[in-house]
Design a protein around this ligand. Sequence first.
Ligand SMILES: [Zn+2]
Length: 433
Amino acid sequence: MFKPMELRRLLIASIKFHRNAHKPLLGPLASQCSLRYMSCLQYTHTPSGSTSAKLDNHGKSLIVQANGEDSSYHSTWLRHNCQCPSCLAPSGQKTIDLSEITPSITLKSVALIDGRLNLFWSSGHHGYIQIDYLQTRRNLQQNADLSTPKTAIDLPVMSATGLTNDREKLWRWLYLLNEYGVCLLTNMGEVQEECKKLAETMYNVQDTVYGETFHVEAQEDFVNIAYSNQTLTFHMDLIYYESPPGLQILHCLRFDDCVEGGESVMLDMFPVVEELREKWPKHFKTLSRVPATFQKIHYEREKPVEMVSYCPHIQLDRYGKVVRMSWSPPFEGPLDVPKEDVIPYYEAYHCLAQMLDKSKLKLSHRLKPGEAMTFNNRRILHSRKHFTLNGGQRHLQGAYVNIDHFKSTYEVLCKQLGKTEVPIRRVFNVNSS
Ligand SMILES: [Zn+2]
């Protein structure tokens, strides 16, 4: 097993090698050794324009030559991805017979006709795969984006006027959230439920124990210190959920001039943990390995809650990139880990907490009525300064959006509007960009 950092280095090295050497990148699951057999094989060669395909390694793999480059695909991988009507429903669901997915299945013949590879396997199955499909898979591997997302120096701002009806504007908002993780919307109006309408541009709101939407106002008997006038330190919301909220929308309905304090402060965790990785790799490794405890146990409320979950503060993808963070000191429970992990954990925890506290990347903003702070709850920390009402009011209404719904809406809009140049950025479960 490779450890995450080793795997990351290996993958970066591998990608650099392919880019620099202009060597063909092997296709999905292809093995290096399959190429050794190329010269001594008898295969079917089916040219079509500048693309051709041939069997390799006694039918165990297929070589596709396109634009002067070779890609190799295992026959089992190809069988699993057959696009014929008996293997793939129009809805995109696989209906393939799983007994055919064996490592020993081979290809008997291949024919490339009109951009489609007609394939005949040793099991007797005749099927096909579009050549474009293979090209897309190949590009995903070859063009893995290892760059760091942009960090906002100033708060990105855009007007919400017409946003819910205009796909270009909706794309622009999601683009800013994708790149910077945070965006201040203006011209939202001061009417309740606008945050819900905004969330519904991405299917629907994410319901939680606080309801579909929630009101942040100073109350005497608060169920959450957010509903008081106290300082809220840097945190993410509802990390004790198995699937915590992805995006958060905080719409300011009222913030009287006489209210002192209460500014919102945002901080992008990604560059901070990258600094941690560089300066204290041991601590970075500990925080991406040792599970912290997150919990909400509160019986003195209308509907009692008892939720506990475990996950490391830093979560990485297969390339070792940070894809999501879990940071919520007010909702941390007792660390339940082997004794030998306790001190390394607290050393690393203390180090990161100090870095967050001293970070120069904090963005402070006093919300005005009609503005909404929107942000990725798995990347951007939010906090609030203590406030004194002085007879006035401060009232925000909030809603959450599931991260998958954000991702899906952004991907769909990018495709529909032809905005292919901006990949989805380090949102959990995205491994290739
Ligand atoms: Zn098929």
